[in-house]
Design a protein around this ligand. Sequence first.
Ligand code: ADP
Ligand code: MG
Length: 249
Amino acid sequence: MAEPVLRIEGLSKSFGALKATDDVTLDLRPGEIHALIGPNGAGKSTLIKQIVGEIAPDAGRVVFRGRDLAGLDVAARARLGMARSFQVSSLVPDLSVLENAMLAVQGASGASFRFFRRALADPALTERAHAHLEAAGLSGREGTRADALSHGERRKLEIAMALALRPQAFLLDEPMAGMGSEGAAQLGDMLGRLRHQAPILLIEHDMDAVFRLSDRITVLVYGRVIATGRVSEIRANPQVRAVYLGAES
Ligand code: ADP
Ligand code: MG
């Protein structure tokens, strides 16, 4: 089996007496969508925050592309290719779709924003920005201002901008939240393609989407992993049915 891109071992984090994550171990393999599910408060978001370096774990380690990330901050982990959930706030509302993508490409190349005008005239950077927009499904929308995009299109632009960072893994905390069913379906299709570029650890509430998109599923309850496996195994797991599906309905 191929080496996992990301491996977390025994990650634990308490808030006072509450164990938000409790000895969590899982891996993310090349090309897969690995869903992390569980009832509200199970510790899913806390786990992602420990992986990206936003919260320091009490115990355990995160190994990314063969490297122990202990001591690395959020920015350093992002530079290694950890692509966090797409963040709407990173869009510049009064710039066009292409200009926003150019900002991301330029930022990823390490250049200063002061030279943005020069970057806009650089054919190599423009070409890369167009390629990312095409991959994200935004061809034909290059000239539209970011603030004129629909919610679903903004998500696509965020994906295009994330691609500029040459991601090695996507860590997505409920990326479909707030989207209509059509937008969510489109995003689902896109995730199905993106995983070939970099595997995806996906937190998602919509169980239909999870079952449709995932290669593997890990179930977290009260901070602990109660099951990991392929979709068919998780569907059939009596403990998952009792604890998780029971708690959700
Ligand atoms: P999920 O994303 O699975 O819904 P979270 O990771 O957000 O769960 O939260 C797990 C538990 O930890 C919850 O009980 C939540 O209230 C608690 N929690 C999360 N963040 C903090 C924090 N910064 N301080 C105290 N408690 C927190
Ligand atoms: Mg959460």
